[in-house]
Design a protein around this ligand. Structure first.
Ligand SMILES: C[S@@+](CC[C@H](N)C(=O)[O-])C[C@H]1O[C@@H](n2cnc3c(N)ncnc32)[C@H](O)[C@@H]1O
Length: 273
């Protein structure tokens, strides 16, 4: 706990706002995505779906597949409990939508569908983008699938099974070219690095990879440090919850950046460097 508080304070202290960023790509990211508060019509629909999930008391059988997939409360959980604790909050769902809307990926691969909220945010940005999502707990995935059908998301392919087992098929379903990848499941060091190594051959200059919860544990932070120092990673943006990497060449002097919304540092207008 103390480690996480220290990490959060350290992050906040070092984080820059858009007024302090020189790299064009990182500046664009801060301005268009981090500082942008706009809401889109579809957010309301996805949040209605989330509210519906929070009212459902049916119990699901959970398969324990990795850190973060269970709460230690056994292998049965109510839908409303999962909706309460395991899904991307609205703020971060909005960022996923904006990332997809801004960079216009044609293929999106998600590790960890859960009940499908983040998948919907990713898929809503462009109905022509193909979203492939993997979930290891069949009963959870089934609820997500019903949600996708109910709201008519025809661009989502949902695969059920462990990431290790389904990844090859998922990559093939993205035509072996991954434009945007969101890794939000199995928050442990070794598997996170392993998934990155497995997707790496299918990333290209314009690919973006988002890692969820990079400060969730010391193992996740170690994985994040190792991944962002990979020579193929040209820019890393640390948003505290998400770690985002770009493979596109960028200004070398700003290779690793921590970025925070200027609302959180209103005095940081870049006047003091
Ligand atoms: C944090 S939840 C995903 C939340 C979802 N992305 C959202 O924000 O709405 C992580 C999910 O990944 C699944 N998961 C964890 N490890 C897995 C693995 N090794 N293979 C397949 N699924 C896994 C869990 O069952 C869980 O539903």
């Amino acid at each position: 706990m103390l480690d996480r508080i220290k990490a959060a304070l350290g992050y906040y202290w070092q984080a820059k706002t858009l007024y302090q960023i020189h790299s064009p790509r990182a500046f664009e990211f801060a301005q268009q995505l981090v500082d942008d508060d706009r809401d889109f019509y579809v957010f309301g629909q996805i949040e209605t779906y989330r509210a519906l999930l929070k009212s459902r008391t049916e119990i699901l059988e959970i398969k324990d597949l990795g850190a973060g997939s269970t709460t230690g409360a056994g292998n049965k959980r109510a839908i409303n409990e999962i909706a309460q604790s395991a899904l991307s909050p609205r703020k971060w769902g909005k960022l996923l939508f904006k990332l997809a809307a801004h960079y216009k990926p044609k293929t999106i691969l998600e590790f960890g569908t859960s009940l499908g909220v983040s998948t919907m945010y990713l898929a809503a940005a462009d109905s022509n983008a193909r979203v492939v999502t993997m979930e290891g707990s069949p009963e959870i995935a089934q609820v997500a699938r019903e949600g996708f059908a109910r709201y008519e998301y025809s661009n989502i392919t949902s695969l059920i099974g462990s990431f290790d087992d389904r990844l090859e098929e998922a990559i093939a379903a993205c035509d072996k070219r991954l434009d945007l990848v969101y890794i939000d499941g199995d928050h442990r060091e070794e598997p996170t690095i392993r998934y990155f190594e497995r997707i790496k051959p299918y990333l290209h200059d314009d690919s973006i990879v988002i890692f969820d919860d990079v400060y969730w544990s010391s193992g996740m932070t170690a994985a994040w440090e190792r991944i962002k120092s990979d020579p193929q990673v040209r820019l890393s943006i640390d948003l505290y919850k998400y770690g985002v990497i770009f493979m596109t060449p960028d200004l070398l002097e700003e290779k690793h950046l921590k970025i925070v919304s200027s609302h959180w540092k209103p005095w940081a207008q870049g006047l003091f460097g």
